[in-house]
Design a protein around this ligand. Structure first.
Ligand SMILES: Nc1ncnc2c1ncn2[C@@H]1O[C@H](COP(=O)(O)OP(=O)(O)OP(=O)(O)O)[C@@H](O)[C@H]1O
Ligand SMILES: [Mg+2]
Length: 412
């Protein structure tokens, strides 16, 4: 057992993985154990938990480590071309097929093919994938001859696949076939102590990246906030918040007040800092709380935008918002909902903020694309870098969001 611990620590150092959580160790250990086999692996976990390191470890410790490792994001390939991207096509297979194309399955032959965001695969492509997994066979688009691949398949998803199966969006047989070995990455909220360790690691990384003489550090009270906060966007959110604080905070000593300015509030039961009292069944209370949070958030955001707009147009000072805003409810008088005066945007005003009408008129160079890019960035920030939620809020599909992220060069 001791030897195993030492090996895991070595692995963590090698891959820059920070954390002491048991579920993380289990995930890493499973990756090490499954690496020498040719079993397909499905990695599950919420957005931003660190799934992408697992296939890399499996590949590096596998017998095919000297062959190709290809990582494909299934959500970012347009539906119309996904089959030809994955399985290849023959010359003339469709209008733009001016030459033949090998496809990822052919290119990764003998190596590892990591299919990220597998839940985004269209049903017809899922059928083709199932065949590859079962027989190693596939057919290029526009061809009728069968090809073989020995690429080892590793898949990852941040959606609940059993739910997708129930909704008819994912094939059950493919799920079971992919799930020969399942690795689940734990959410950060279940890794309390790791959040502080990761904070320190990212603080040092950012100081190096931005050549800062001193890196930010948490006060003991702020450590408690970091531990109890739910981190809905998980490690990606934590990393982004540390980066923003490293660059924007004048204070190097991070207190709960500084954290609050960046949207990290101490109430562990509420990412919005809303206190709800009353007695309800936990499930309906959960839904109720969620609705209230969303409503409160929308109201606060609207107020903020109106204030900003008023200020810009009148050239005056913004009127002071009350320290506490009450959100009325008609459901039950026994419930009180207190919304502390939290920052309206988790991020201090930057050039990435929404443009007001006046700014739009003033800025000759601003075009629709600039506005769209800014709105996408703001939406990602509001949704704690959860791409699915941001896409829903923007009213576009995840696939379209991926395309836009790529087109605008937005890095998360
Ligand atoms: N244990 C860790 N130690 C240090 N950094 C980590 C760790 N886990 C994840 N990260 C960092 O967190 C960020 C998010 O990780 P990753 O991209 O793997 O998330 P993901 O699970 O694939 O999320 P999504 O489902 O949204 O794609 C990356 O920048 C990664 O380097
Ligand atoms: Mg990912």
């Amino acid at each position: 057992m001791k030897k195993l611990d030492i090996d895991l620590q070595k692995l963590k150092n090698q891959y820059n993985i920070v954390g002491k959580n048991k579920a993380l160790d289990t995930a890493l250990l499973t990756a090490v154990q499954v690496a020498p086999t040719d079993l397909s692996v499905l990695i599950e976990g919420e957005n931003g938990v660190g799934k992408e390191i697992i296939p890399r470890i499996i590949h590096d410790l596998s017998p095919c480590k000297n062959k190709k490792y290809l990582a494909i994001n299934c959500g970012s390939i347009p539906e119309g071309t996904i089959d030809s991207e994955l399985f290849g096509h023959e010359k003339g297979a469709f209008t733009n097929a001016i030459s033949e194309h090998e496809g990822y399955f052919g290119a990764a032959d003998g190596g590892t093919l990591f299919l990220d965001e597998i839940g985004e695969l269209p049903m017809s492509t899922q059928a083709r994938l199932l065949r590859v997994l079962e027989t190693g066979e596939y057919i290029r688009v526009g061809s009728n001859s069968i090809r073989k691949t020995t690429a080892r398949i590793i898949a990852a998803t941040n959606i609940n696949i059993p739910n997708a199966i129930r909704e008819g969006k994912f094939r059950q047989d493919l799920y079971y076939r992919l799930c020969r070995v399942n690795i689940t990455m734990p959410p950060l909220r279940e890794r309390e102590d790791d959040a502080v360790l990761l904070f320190k690691k990212f603080a040092m990384d950012m100081a190096t990246k931005y050549q800062m003489p001193e890196y930010i550090h948490l006060t003991p009270a702020a450590e408690e906030v970091v531990k109890s906060y739910k981190w809905p966007g998980n490690i990606r959110q934590l990393k982004n918040v540390v980066e923003q604080m490293s660059v924007l905070s004048e204070e190097r000593s991070i207190t709960p007040e500084v954290l609050a300015k960046f949207g990290i509030v101490p109430n562990s039961d509420s990412e919005m800092g809303i206190t709800i009292t009353g007695s309800r069944s936990s499930e309906s209370q959960h839904d109720y709380e969620k609705e209230i949070k969303m409503l409160a958030h929308a109201v606060l955001q609207l107020r903020n935008e109106v204030e900003e707009l008023k200020q810009k147009i009148q050239g005056g000072e913004p009127s002071n918002l009350p320290a506490t805003t009450s959100v009325p409810t008609t459901t039950s008088p026994s419930f009180t909902h207190q919304v502390p005066n939290i920052p309206q945007s988790p991020i201090p005003a930057t050039d990435m903020d929404f443009q007001t009408a006046e700014e739009v008129l003033e800025d000759d160079t601003l075009n629709i694309n600039d506005m769209e890019k800014r709105n996408i960035i703001k939406s990602l920030q509001r949704n704690h870098y959860r791409r699915k939620d941001a896409a829903d809020e923007l009213g576009i599909s995840v696939r379209t969001l991926y395309r836009k992220l790529k087109a605008y060069g937005i890095e998360e």
